[in-house]
Design a protein around this ligand. Structure first.
Ligand code: 13P
Length: 260
């Protein structure tokens, strides 16, 4: 049974004091919905402060990136050993990291391997650009992302995949539930070909890209979509709590259906 996960990617938003205020507004509403796993991924500088605020709650904390080396002369980078103890998850391969900071499937692969061996759960982000979608390349893009990012990985027990079509991120033009389910099902089939069917059916796959309170039900009512990776709407506490509450209503019924 795949527990639904609603994850907040705050990206490069919130000062430490704004982050604390946001967590204080989120906490009561999120703690009231234990059937959905909720995850906050603030900027690095707020992780220590927020981990104190979340202590004793079942809300999880994650980082938005990490470097794969453990320590040394890597100016500006953060290592896994710095994150462990504070974070349970780490977002890897986000399209903004790929397009703005030169990340490749090869660097993402190194980061996933390092995260798993450090005991952090990687959320692997994959998805096609608008040009790739229009050229009919969605299937080959997500297949390549998965094959190269997961090369040599055998332990998938901590892995989460997020399908984030680049054309839907921050644009206000989310995929429809049917579009997202089509590609997420395809992703699950690719995972089955890389690993095996049982392994693929146990991996949680999230949708991301302009997800909000008005459209979340379209995604979480789909049999293969296990939650969402939320950007802009996760900075609005009432809306994010609403998304988690809607997920709690939908998923218990749909989780029982065929995952593949
Ligand atoms: P938006 O929800 O702002 O489109 O961002 C999605 C995203 O990139 C989450 O990682």
């Amino acid at each position: 049974m795949r527990k639904p996960l609603i994850a907040a990617n705050w990206k490069m938003n919130t000062t430490p004091s704004e982050a604390v205020a946001l967590v204080q507004q989120l906490l009561p509403g999120l703690m009231a919905v234990p059937s959905v796993e909720t995850l906050l991924c603030p900027p690095f500088i707020s992780l220590v402060l927020i981990s104190e605020l979340l202590r004793g709650s079942d809300i999880e904390l994650g980082a938005q990136n990490v470097y794969f080396e453990d320590k040394g002369a890597f100016t500006g980078e953060i290592s896994l050993s710095m994150l462990t103890g504070y974070c349970k998850y780490v977002i890897l391969g986000h399209s903004e990291r790929r397009s703005l900071f030169g990340e490749t499937n090869q660097t993402v692969n190194k980061k996933i391997r390092a995260a798993i061996s450090a005991g952090l759960r990687p959320i692997l982000c994959i998805g096609e650009s608008l040009e790739e979608k229009e050229a009919g390349l969605t299937e080959s893009v997500v297949t390549t992302h998965l094959q190269q990012s997961l090369e040599g990985i055998t332990d998938t027990s901590m892995l989460v995949v997020a399908y984030e079509p680049v054309w839907a991120i921050g644009t206000g033009h989310a995929a429809t539930g049917e579009q997202a389910e089509y590609t997420v099902k395809l992703i699950r089939n690719v995972l089955a070909s890389i690993f095996d069917a049982d392994t693929a059916s146990a991996i949680r796959i999230l949708y991301g890209g302009s997800a909000n309170a008005a459209n979340i039900s379209e995604f979480i009512s789909q049999p293969n979509i296990d939650g969402a990776l939320v950007g802009g709407a996760s900075l609005k506490p009432a809306e994010f709590i609403d998304m988690v509450e809607q997920t709690a209503k939908f998923r218990p019924r749909t989780l029982m259906s065929d995952p593949l």
